[in-house]
Design a protein around this ligand. Structure first.
Ligand code: GDP
Length: 613
């Protein structure tokens, strides 16, 4: 095959060999691997209708397109694969237990509570926390650290369960999108007075997709109009068949409010874990696990709640958590008590990290601080590149032309700030799924944990962005500055509300679409000539109504002879009328149109904006 000669340019082609490129690689990275000149690739892409610079991150499709043009098979390496390779280069294996069978001990199941809004997820998490905390002597005073453990008695044994304290499947899905699966079992909460609702089904599907067994909590059975049997029937239709009907899903009727059957629910979780999962881990190795949530604490600096999946984490350990590193300065449990070690299944808030990691990112203990820093730095550089690729709008010449034809395509720039990284990710994830067509889109230009700062406002002003504050408020002079710069800041504490409003805003950015609606018809019965206003049509309204401010057309023998006319006047008897209805006579004068005849039909219509669905 000939070398591509786009624009008279020749580029050395490959022989179909595979190029492994990290997600978010630049043309320079590509050029290096393929042994060609990056500038040539820039030009080549330009001729293919894409404008990128040599060092800018490009998306998968662009890398693949280049590969096709140059006869390489491009393999875009996922962040997870890349991370595995990075850790391997340090001789670290992440994700599996060291040793053999005899080193493994049973660990608690990790549970996420999901279900439709208002069905009682939060209430249930609160009730479980209040009623069954492991350390009752702590006085039940608990802190929100993102996860907590409860204990329950099953056949005389004390069994522990770890509950992820962020209800809903958004966080669950955002974590999974990162290749992390913290959850072993899902509790699906369904209010017995409301039954299966859209988000019930969504949650169910998410759990199924992740292969996570489900225990159903049929909640609010204290309510007189509750119907737990109906819930069982409904879920059976979705393939979740209760044990008592011969299926393999456990359903427990509970009341989060009256704290009814909470022990039974916990028992069902343990039994489901025992029946379908082999939850064991090696507690003696270096600790590994996941970040459940993290935030920047004013006094303590970056804090991250981690979930130990294997090994035991100890104060003083050198750790890497996502792109953050540090030495564990202190660990706190859900009661705010200092602990010195955390074994598998144990959530703990870790202090001492260099920055705030993201929910769902992994953490691991490494040999020393230096290694921790090296890994963290590599991860950070990689994240930056990947983010850049994700952010980059793919502007092709074709797009440009299209948007020029259409007026212009539009984009809503957003800056997301949230209290914890989990919520920021969940929000970004949900926002990215809003789809209102090709004409408008969302672009998250920055995101972060913590208060809205002047820097955020600066960036928003420079790029015409809106700032979304999720459970956070502005800091210092940020509000003042936003007012001055005309930057809009919107505050939310519920993800759905944010999504709804952003979606509405996007629809507002769409050019309105109109459809014609016929209002009515009138037949011209007589014509009066007036030297002052011209020809006055004496009409009978035969259907609907004629409105003074409507548009009209004149129809003669079924042909439209004049369209889109305005009325100069509309009268009933001698009085001006704003509307004349069917069955009444009226006199009207058309603006700039005199050629009317008896028997003509005047049809009134208006253009209505079509609501976007
Ligand atoms: P979420 O949106 O799923 O987190 O729902 P919430 O936990 O916020 O609960 C929604 C509403 O239902 C609140 O007003 C709760 O007080 C109420 N609720 C939750 N569980 C029960 C229950 O078992 N019985 C009754 N009667 N109300 C409940």
């Amino acid at each position: 095959m000939e070398a591509p000669t786009l624009g008279g340019m020749r580029v050395r082609k490959g022989n179909g060999e595979t190029l492994r490129l990290a997600r978010g690689a630049s043309l320079t990275d590509f050029a290096e691997k393929a042994g060609v000149d990056a500038a040539q690739l820039v030009q080549m892409l330009f001729h293919l209708g894409e404008m990128v610079t040599a060092t800018e991150s490009v998306n998968d499709a662009t890398l693949e397109l280049l590969g096709e043009e140059l006869n390489y098979v491009v393999e875009v390496v996922s962040p997870e694969d890349e991370d595995r390779e990075l850790l391997e280069s340090f001789d670290i294996e992440f994700g599996s237990d060291e040793g053999d069978e005899s080193d493994l001990v049973v660990r608690p199941p990790v549970v996420t509570v999901m279900g439709h809004v208002d069905h009682g997820k939060t209430k249930l998490l609160d009730a479980l926390r209040g009623a069954n905390v492991v350390d009752k002597e702590a006085g039940g005073i608990t802190q929100h650290i993102g996860a907590y453990q409860v204990a329950t008695d099953v056949d005389g044994d004390e069994r522990r369960i770890t509950l992820i304290d962020t209800p809903g499947h958004e966080a669950f899905t955002a974590m999974r999108a990162r290749g992390a699966q913290a959850t072993d079992i899902a509790i699906l909460v369904v209010a017995a007075d409301d039954g299966v609702m859209p988000q019930t089904v969504e949650a169910l599907n998410h759990a199924k997709a992740a292969g996570v067994p489900i225990v159903v909590a049929v909640n609010k059975i204290d309510k007189p109009d509750s119907d737990p049997t109906k819930v069982r029937g409904q879920l059976t239709e979705y393939g979740l068949v209760p044990e008592e009907y011969g299926g393999d899903s456990m359903f427990v009727d509970v009341s989060a409010k009256s704290e009814l059957n909470l022990d039974k629910l916990l028992e069902a979780v343990v039994l489901t874990a025992d029946a379908s999962l082999d939850l064991r881990a090696n507690p003696t190795q270096d600790a590994q696990g996941l970040v459940v949530e993290a935030h920047l604490d004013r006094g303590r600096g970056p804090t991250a709640t981690i979930l130990v999946q294997r090994g035991t984490l100890r104060v003083g350990d050198s750790i890497v958590a996502g792109p953050a590193h540090g030495r564990v300065r202190a660990m706190l449990d859900e009661h705010g008590h200092e602990i010195t070690e955390a074994d598998p299944g144990r959530p703990a808030m870790v202090l001492g990290l260099s920055s705030v990691p993201g929910a769902g990112q992994n953490f691991l203990v490494v040999d020393d601080d230096r290694m921790a820093r090296q890994i963290a730095e590599k991860r950070e550089a990689r994240e930056r590149a990947a983010m850049q690729a994700k952010r980059r709008v793919r502007r092709t010449l074709e797009d440009f032309m299209k948007s020029m034809e259409q007026g212009s395509s539009q984009e809503l720039n957003l800056i997301l700030k949230g209290d914890v990284s989990g919520s920021v990710e969940a929000l970004e994830d949900a926002l990215s799924q809003i789809d209102v067509g090709d004409e408008v889109g969302i672009r998250v230009i920055d995101r972060g944990v913590g208060a809205i700062t002047e820097t955020n406002v600066d960036l928003a002003a420079a790029s015409d962005a809106i700032i979304i504050g999720f459970n956070v408020r502005p800091q210092g002079k940020a509000t003042e500055m936003a007012d001055k710069e005309g930057v809009e800041i919107r505050y939310y504490s519920v993800i759905y509300q944010a999504i709804d409003e952003i979606e509405a805003a996007l629809k507002g950015m769409l050019k309105p679409e109109y459809e014609e609606a016929t209002l009515g018809q009138a037949e011209i019965r007589a014509i009066f000539r007036s030297s002052k206003v011209g020809n006055i049509a004496g009409c009978m309204v035969t259907s609907g109504s004629i409105r003074r401010n409507a548009k009209v057309r004149v129809i003669r023998d079924s042909n439209v002879i004049a369209d889109n006319l305005d009325l100069l006047s509309l009268k009933r008897e001698k009085d001006d009328a704003s509307e004349v209805r069917e069955g009444f006579e009226c006199g009207l004068v058309l603006r700039n149109f005199q050629d009317i005849k008896e028997g003509d039909v005047v049809e009134a219509f208006e253009m209505r904006e079509i609501p976007r669905g």
